[in-house]
Design a protein around this ligand. Structure first.
Ligand code: PLP
Length: 410
């Protein structure tokens, strides 16, 4: 056996065993330790090569080792200034915020360290906006099947009982409507309602896009009732649907939006953005973050936004999404007993498997036997969220590998 593989196995086992001893057990990790990456491939500690169709859960949109991002990171490191706190201004943060406002038409940006924190900030805007108008503790309508994060606030609006129940009581005044069912939203609105929060496209919940009719209907309800529309674009945003942000496909603009994941391409950064009156709701002292918007993460985000614009990453995602659609349709037709549905658009698509088919096992076999990284979602679904820079040949390679796994099952 090749020496590097033996060495790799020893290192892999050490990392796995030692990791299990020291990590708080909230994840069931796969038994692989990655070491380095290039383009759309990751390499484990034994130098085995894996095709990435998960992008670190929809994060590494530009893949791995992008020269421009590397230059931006190194240049900020060479300046010696990674952090200043928000007591001061820094140029990369101003630049990143300017680019985000220009690309979205929103007015104001607050940088966070994660998606969850962006959601927290968005919820605080809703409460503050109505507090300013004399309505305390406004109610929030969220969607069943949604995912917004794990902090107590973000969890409160996450529409999955099994995530919420062990930690209740969470923040009060949250009601859940049925995604893509406008009447169910209407039925929950009363004089205490203050905001509606939803993903423009549910990712974790099983790859369900909002219909145009639903999005427009929710916007109208918000306008008629002075409610803030908060769109969570943390997973579906940043080019994945073929648009920089999923809502830009429709003539619907949120009052508040959240972004994270692909904004930093792996460097931890998120943001909430607001426009109009919502952009003025919070006052100095209402919200803060020690790290949020530091010069290092913002230099990276600024470079990410440049690449998205200059290389038209959303346009590329749309084109590659068509190949992915065709490949997954072929898989669906070839395995009618296994695959029951194919959903999504651009480079956020899902295959739902029949009841009784163990999606977790497919994902594990793909990883260990075919060196293909896939991730699952709710509703017995595998989600396909590759780096946005994949090419046609990568879609073909994924199809062959997935085909090999499914052939072994059927
Ligand atoms: N919102 C959505 C739609 C997400 O998909 C996620 C994470 O998967 C979050 C919020 C939470 O983001 P983070 O894990 O960066 O805190």
């Amino acid at each position: 056996m090749d020496d590097s593989i033996v060495k790799g196995n020893v290192v892999n086992d050490r990392v796995l065993n030692d990791g299990d001893k020291v990590f708080y057990k909230t994840y069931n990790r796969f038994p692989v330790a990655f070491d380095h990456a290039e383009g759309v491939y990751l390499y484990d500690v034994g130098d085995n090569k894996y095709l990435d169709f998960g992008a670190g859960i929809s994060v590494c949109g530009l893949g791995y080792g992008n020269a421009l991002l590397n230059r931006a990171m190194k240049s900020q490191i060479d300046k010696g200034l990674l952090h200043t706190s928000n007591l001061f201004y820094n140029e990369p943060a101003v630049e990143a915020a300017e680019k985000l406002t220009e690309m979205t038409g929103m007015d104001k940006v607050f940088f966070t360290n994660s998606g969850t924190e962006a959601v927290e900030g968005a919820l605080k805007i809703a409460r503050r906006y109505h507090f300013n108008k004399g309505k305390k503790g406004c109610e929030i309508i969220a969607m069943q099947g949604s995912f917004h994060g794990r902090s107590m606030g973000a969890l409160s609006v996450t529409g999955k009982d099994h995530y919420r129940e062990p930690f209740e009581p969470l923040i009060g005044g949250v009601k859940f409507a049925i995604y893509n069912d406008l009447d169910s939203v209407k039925a929950l609105i009363n004089e205490n309602t203050g905001a509606i929060i939803m993903e423009t496209f549910q990712g974790e919940g099983g790859i369900y896009p909002a219909t145009e009719e639903f999005l427009k209907g929710v916007r109208k309800l918000c306008d008629e009732n002075d409610l803030l529309l908060i769109l969570d674009e943390i997973q579906c945003g940043m080019g994945r649907t073929g648009y920089l942000f999923a809502w830009q496909e429709y003539d619907v603009k949120p009052d508040v939006m959240t972004v994270a994941k692909a904004l930093g391409n792996g460097v931890p950064i998120g943001a909430f953005l607001a426009c109009g009156e919502a952009a003025e709701a919070m006052k100095p002292g209402d919200h803060g973050s020690t790290y949020g918007g530091n010069p290092f993460v913002c230099a990276v985000a600024s470079a990410v936004l440049d690449v998205f614009k200059e290389a038209d990453i959303p346009g590329h995602a749309k084109k590659m999404g068509e190949h992915l659609w065709k490949a997954l349709e072929e898989i669906k037709e070839k395995y009618p007993d296994l695959v029951v549905d194919h959903r999504g658009k651009g480079l956020i698509q899902g295959l739902e498997f029949a009841e009784g088919v163990k999606v977790g096992e497919i994902v594990k076999k793909a990883l260990l036997e075919q060196k293909l990284i896939l991730i699952s979602a709710e509703h017995n679904t595998i989600r396909f969220v590759p780096p946005l820079v994949i090419e046609r040949e990568h879609v073909n390679e994924m199809q062959e590998k997935l085909d090999a796994v499914l052939a072994g099952l059927s």
